[in-house]
Design a protein around this ligand. Structure first.
Ligand code: SAM
Ligand code: SF4
Length: 333
């Protein structure tokens, strides 16, 4: 096996694939209220096209794959796709990021197909605030989605919380407390001012250090439990069953030096970094009939575009069509 290694000697082991730009929610930091103009169906990657890319990348050392979107559960045929991905030799973990709404409906099929883990997004524990932030009245369904994920033992179930000052800063400790008696991992994510979120002011971003301070002021010093090669630092409140992840996507750049991930967007581009507009189109050449060897070369070229470090920091906003032009739901958060 010849590993996929970038120009900064980092080996690529993790691929995030966005399988749709469509979504049944309209989270204020991710999508405009009226939605976006969806990509025409023929411009979205077909499952067999993702499989072609994965069948090249997994033997080259990609061991973890995460399916995201848009909302991946709105795309038909997902369980069959998951089964096919799980059949590729060398894959160690297949996970899904979802808003949870359709999980009660699909969890059994996803489990049967071999899905290992799920991350469910939930930014508030308050029903009215939930309707405000997602613009959908679906709090109960998402809570049911989380319970269903626990029932089906997608282990561990992670809950993604985007921290926004003035919206859910008063709930950080309530979220942290969920980990005391439940085996969930609550992951606080710094708001990234890109796409629709670029209109948020700097003061609305809560840095990972501040999140940490808020939790430790209430729950005491947390115990570091895990080293990840991503932007997450993972802790445990003493005596708790679950864990707390804090993701300093904006404020921490040290993880860039070990970043091992690449992304495939819904329209078939390989993006080596969420914060950077560099990408390489794989879909057009695939549809023009390139061979597996040529596709492998393109994937290698895409990996080589990976920069040493992203230049984003708090205080810097990425406006749509400037810098990082694609929206989060298309790239896949
Ligand atoms: N629809 C699914 C969901 O919401 O989980 C998957 C796609 S969503 C783009 C993936 C993750 O990105 C979610 O946890 C969401 O909260 C997060 N996200 C979206 N826009 C963001 C932003 N501007 N800053 C930080 N996180 C963001
Ligand atoms: Fe949809 Fe996820 Fe974006 Fe919310 S964060 S609008 S659920 S894609």
């Amino acid at each position: 096996m010849t590993p996929l290694i970038d120009t900064h000697k980092r080996q690529i082991r993790y691929m995030r694939i966005s399988i749709t730009d469509r979504c049944n929610f309209r989270c204020r930091y991710c999508m405009p209220s009226g939605g976006i103009e969806w990509l025409p169906h023929e411009e979205i990657m077909r499952y067999e096209e993702y499989l072609r890319i994965l069948k090249i990348s997994i033997p080259r050392g990609v061991e973890k794959v995460r399916i995201t979107g848009g909302e991946p559960l709105v795309r038909k045929g997902l369980a069959e796709f998951i089964e096919a991905v799980k059949g590729i030799d060398g894959l160690k973990e297949l996970s899904l990021t979802t808003n949870g709404f359709l999980l009660p409906l699909h969890a059994a099929d996803l489990k049967r197909a071999g899905l290992d883990r799920v991350n469910i997004s939930l930014d508030t524990l308050d029903r009215d605030k939930f309707s405000y932030i997602t613009r959908v009245n679906a709090f109960d369904q998402v809570m049911e989605g989380i319970m269903t994920a626990l029932e089906y033992e997608f282990s561990p179930v992670k809950i993604n919380v985007v921290a926004i000052r003035g919206f859910n800063d008063d709930e950080i400790n309530a979220f942290a407390a969920l980990t005391v008696n439940s085996p969930v991992e609550v992951r606080f994510i710094e708001l990234m001012p890109m796409g629709c979120a670029s209109r948020y002011a700097d003061r609305e971003i809560i840095s990972s250090n501040e999140i940490m301070r808020i939790i430790e002021d209430r729950h005491g010093t947390m115990i570091p439990v895990e080293y990840t090669q991503g932007p997450a630092r993972v802790f445990r409140i003493e005596g708790s069953r679950g864990k707390i992840g804090i993701i300093g996507a904006m404020s921490e750049h040290s993880f860039c030096s070990t970043c091992n991930r690449i992304r495939i967007t819904a329209e078939g581009s390989l993006r080596p970094c969420l914060f950077c507009d560099d990408h390489i189109d794989l879909l057009t050449p695939m549809r023009q009939g390139i061979s597996e060897a040529e596709l492998e070369k393109l994937i290698e070229e895409g990996v080589m575009l990976k920069q040493r470090s992203h230049g984003m920091c708090i205080g810097q906003h990425i406006i749509p069509n400037q810098g990082c032009s694609a929206l989060m739901n298309t790239i896949g958060g």
